[in-house]
Write a protein that binds this ligand. Structure first.
Ligand SMILES: *[C@@H]1O[C@H](CO)[C@@H](O)[C@H](O)[C@H]1NC(C)=O
Ligand SMILES: *[C@@H]1O[C@H](CO)[C@@H](O)[C@H](O)[C@H]1NC(C)=O
Ligand SMILES: *[C@@H]1O[C@H](CO)[C@@H](O)[C@H](O)[C@H]1NC(C)=O
Length: 284
């Protein structure tokens, strides 16, 4: 089998994108927080929220419009230009809009405050007053500067119900939101209960994190079992040795050729396919 290097490169590149996506998906913030054995469930705060802060700056009005979804990336808005909204993969986006009577609104800044690729959540909790502090990270804004953007959410414990989130301040780099909700209350306050629940929490977290690892392990183990049992069958039935032990030997012999066919097919989108004889050989 002859694979030309460029084709291999493209294939490796595809594999790399796939892998980096898997790693990425693994590290996203899913609204379950655990600090020193205290657990918070923020899923009730999920969903898209919208807060505006308006300031009169005659002759115009300046609206700082915040859109965020704590638990997942929000979808792009329709009917708004790509440059007038945050890119996909954003959890919190601040848009500054300038309004003037009898004129169309002008979007003057679009600031991704928290982005999935860079969330790096930092938690802080305290019991007096009971609250959870959550700091999520975004990109530099503007990207050429060294002003990292952050989204600082303080969730106070209020068993009575969820308030509306309050836009406290934005200093050009950190936007502060205050919110009170039952989700700001730690899961358990009693000491005794804590120990009992702790191991359960750990396994839960692990199960989510390594789900993808398990998937590949199962595939690998199944394949190993197939090879092992097939080899044993060939050995005991036909007394096979060496390469003849491989189950479905003729099929596996074909695999490299099929693989190269797939690769050259993928690459035919990039570059017109020239004569391709059986066996993956491509004449230069
Ligand atoms: C916030 O301001 C934007 C732009 O003016 C407007 O489209 C949106 O409806 C406002 N949202 C709220 C919740 O006031
Ligand atoms: C966890 O506990 C340690 C020791 O008690 C403390 O130093 C640390 O600040 C705690 N972490 C958080 C996030 O509260
Ligand atoms: C987050 O905002 C609160 C006020 O809303 C402030 O007290 C706290 O220091 C801020 N956290 C950080 C990390 O700056």
């Amino acid at each position: 089998m002859i694979l030309r290097p460029r084709r291999c490169h493209i294939f490796i590149l595809f594999s790399f994108f796939f892998l980096s996506d898997v790693v990425h998906a693994d590290s996203t913030f899913e609204c379950h927080v655990q600090i020193n054995g205290t657990k918070f469930d923020l899923t009730s705060l999920g969903g898209e929220r919208h807060i505006n802060r308006t300031r009169e700056t005659p002759p115009t009005t300046r609206v700082e419009s915040l859109r965020f979804d704590l638990c997942k990336d929000f979808t792009l808005l329709e009917g708004i230009g790509e440059h007038d909204q945050c890119p996909s993969g954003t959890r919190a986006c601040l848009t500054e809009i300038n309004q003037k009577p009898n004129e169309a609104d002008r979007v003057i800044a679009v600031i991704p405050l928290a982005q999935s690729s860079n969330l790096n959540p930092i938690y802080e909790t305290s019991l007096a007053p009971k609250h959870l502090s959550l700091l999520l990270h975004g990109a530099n804004y503007p990207s050429s500067s060294s002003s990292p953007q952050t989204f600082n959410l303080t969730i106070s414990c209020d068993p009575q119900g969820i308030s509306d989130p309050i836009f406290v301040d934005y200093d050009g780099s950190r936007l502060d939101i205050e919110w009170s909700a039952p989700a700001g209350c730690p899961f358990k306050d009693e000491e005794g209960k804590e120990d009992k629940d702790k191991p359960k929490d750990d396994t839960e977290k692990e199960a989510v994190g390594s789900g993808i690892g398990w998937f590949f392990l199962v595939i690998l183990l199944s394949f190993a079992a197939y090879l092992g049992l097939g080899a044993y069958y060939n050995y005991s039935t036909y007394g096979a040795t060496g390469f003849d032990l491989v189950p479905h030997r003729d099929f596996w012999k074909e695999v490299p050729y099929m693989f190269s066919d797939v690769v050259s097919h993928l690459c035919s989108n990039v570059r017109p396919r020239r004569t391709s004889s059986r066996g993956g050989y491509i004449s230069v």
